[in-house]
Design a protein around this ligand. Structure first.
Ligand code: NDP
Length: 491
């Protein structure tokens, strides 16, 4: 006993219970100094490059090609050739084999991809490891399953591929958005030219190596990099049959204007300003977890983020107190640390936009709360933020901030909650927290949002369609619905 006492005294009782760092090693990823364009199964040399960096410390990672309209033309020609040269007429069961291979390779290489995603994009490794990568692989598995069943999915309608799909994706879920776009396109027999966002090209470029390992025929998937000019060149390319775009409402509208009158098909997945509605009978601790997940997941760089919180007046004070207390436990810092909850803001431009909107919130009269946290000196960072005392007319309640910033508003009756929740130009997603099943159904039927989560938030499954109303765009991705934009029907 005396011996035990002595040992305990020597070890001592820790006075500080904060987490020690648990950094993921970045050595698993090899990043080349310079990348070209993956066209027709080969790497094309770019004439111009730009530098892609790590937002956590602004470390330069690689030189990446800026594709010109001529480069876009080469990629589209390679996709057209591959389409005509066998891919579109390959039996669905054969196309499925490639998709299954890609899915398995993503699983096998998931750690490598997760590290690269967090490094180039700034999101916490636990999110890229536990959400982005498993979901990206799941999308390929899911659509592999449909490839040989299209005739059954659309009985008596003779589904055929559309042709060459031009796909433009954003920086918030780089690999996952790639999977959402490429998997259904290939399952339906189309070929693809895809452009990742300017700030996050690296996982799409690493994906080219997966395509090589999977022995996908050359030209079926072509990846080109560059800024908005490259995206515009894809949209304008004569030989593209379909455009699939995810990004800002502003650029989405511009694309729609350009394609008006053309025969090109279009799907748009745009911004959002989702309402997360908490009724007074909800399980408050669970709701707080859902609210935190809804707005601070991926630093709030999420189109369906629950950025407007509507709280029933009778529980406003306890809920806000619980929420603010929970915020003090969020760990903000290195995206490669496995303990990090909130990583780096994706770019200097996005950080500036967040600062600008937060300043407008203060000026308009909202009350700001940020938990005490020390932000790293280098890189792009923003502390988790809650605004209370927000009026519906404030910019922070109207505009998509796309950062870790929550606006809290109140309501008294379900009718008032509904009216306020729908008072937005967007309509992508919403959340409802209540014990009553009937109220969930009542709200879900009336909320003008493509996805409504009940007593949870940010749940995704490849079998479930996702997409918006109003200025959040049109068309669905995921599920059987996600096949339709990539098919035409011979009557
Ligand atoms: P953009 O809409 O500009 O970017 C989305 C994609 O479109 C990127 O690949 C981009 O290229 C490309 N692009 C840009 N301009 C054109 C064009 N004229 N024609 C065709 N493609 C184009 O979003 P940002 O990155 O500028 O972000 C701005 C705001 O948009 C954010 O603050 C956020 O509010 C919102 N956003 C919403 C997203 C969503 O999922 N709903 C995703 C991303 C942003 P490049 O990256 O090279 O500019």
């Amino acid at each position: 006993m005396a011996e035990l006492d002595k040992t305990q005294r020597e070890v001592g009782v820790p006075g500080d219970w904060t987490y020690a760092t648990a950094p993921e090693s970045r050595d698993i990823v090899h990043i080349a100094d310079r990348y070209g364009f993956f066209v027709g199964g080969e790497w094309l040399e770019p004439t111009e490059t730009y530098e892609t960096i790590a937002p956590r410390d602004e470390e330069p990672l690689a030189a990446v090609g800026q594709a010109t309209p001529e480069d876009v033309g080469r990629a589209v020609a390679a996709a057209r050739e591959a389409y005509a040269d066998g891919w579109s007429s390959l039996p669905g069961s054969e196309r499925a084999k490639y998709l299954f291979r890609i899915a398995r390779l993503l699983q096998e290489r998931s750690r490598e991809f997760a590290v690269l995603e967090s490094l180039n994009g700034g999101k916490p490794i636990k999110e890229s490891r536990d959400v982005d990568l498993p979901l990206a692989a799941a999308h390929f598995f899911y659509y592999a399953g449909w490839a040989d069943k299209l005739e059954y999915a659309f009985a008596n309608r003779r589904p055929r591929a559309v042709g060459v799909a031009g796909q433009i994706i954003p920086w918030n879920f780089p690999l996952l958005m790639l999977a959402w776009k490429i998997a259904p396109a290939l399952a339906c027999g189309n070929t693809v030219v895809l452009k990742p966002a300017e700030t996050t090209p690296l996982t799409a470029l690493l994906f080219c190596d997966v395509l090589r390992q999977a022995e996908l025929p050359p030209g079926v998937v072509n990846i080109i990099t560059g800024d908005g000019r490259t995206g515009a060149a894809i949209v304008e390319s004569e030989d593209v049959d379909k455009i699939a775009f995810t990004g800002s409402t502003e650029v989405g509208k511009e694309i729609q204007r350009r394609l008006a009158g053309s025969s090109k098909r279009l799907t748009l997945e745009l911004g959002g300003k989702a309402a997360n509605v908490v009724f007074d009978d909800a399980a408050l601790d669970q709701a707080v977890e859902g609210i935190v997940n809804g707005i601070y997941f991926n630093q709030g760089h999420v189109c369906c983020a629950g950025s407007r919180l509507f709280v029933q007046e009778s529980i406003y004070e306890p809920l806000v107190a619980k929420l603010e207390r929970r915020l003090t436990t969020l760990r903000v810092g290195d995206p490669l640390d496995k303990n990090t909850d909130v990583g780096a803001i994706n770019s200097a431009a996005q950080l500036e936009k967040i600062h600008e909107l937060v300043a407008s919130g203060k000026e308009e009269g909202a009350e700001i709360y940020q938990p005490p946290c020390v932000l790293p000196e280098k890189g792009y960072w923003f502390a988790p933020t809650v605004f209370t005392n927000v009026a519906q007319s404030y910019r922070i309640a109207q505009e998509e901030i796309f950062g870790p910033v929550l606006s809290v508003l109140t309501f008294r009756t379900p009718e008032e909650a509904l009216e306020k929740a729908n008072n937005t130009p967007y309509g992508l997603s919403a959340g409802v927290w209540t014990e009553k099943g009937s109220r969930i159904l009542w709200m879900a039927q009336r909320l003008r949002a493509g996805v409504v989560w009940a007593n949870t938030y940010n749940r995704f499954d490849p079998a479930s369609p996702f997409g918006g109303y109003k200025e959040s765009g049109f068309g669905r991705e995921g599920g059987k619905h996600g096949l339709e934009p990539y098919l035409r029907f011979e009557e």
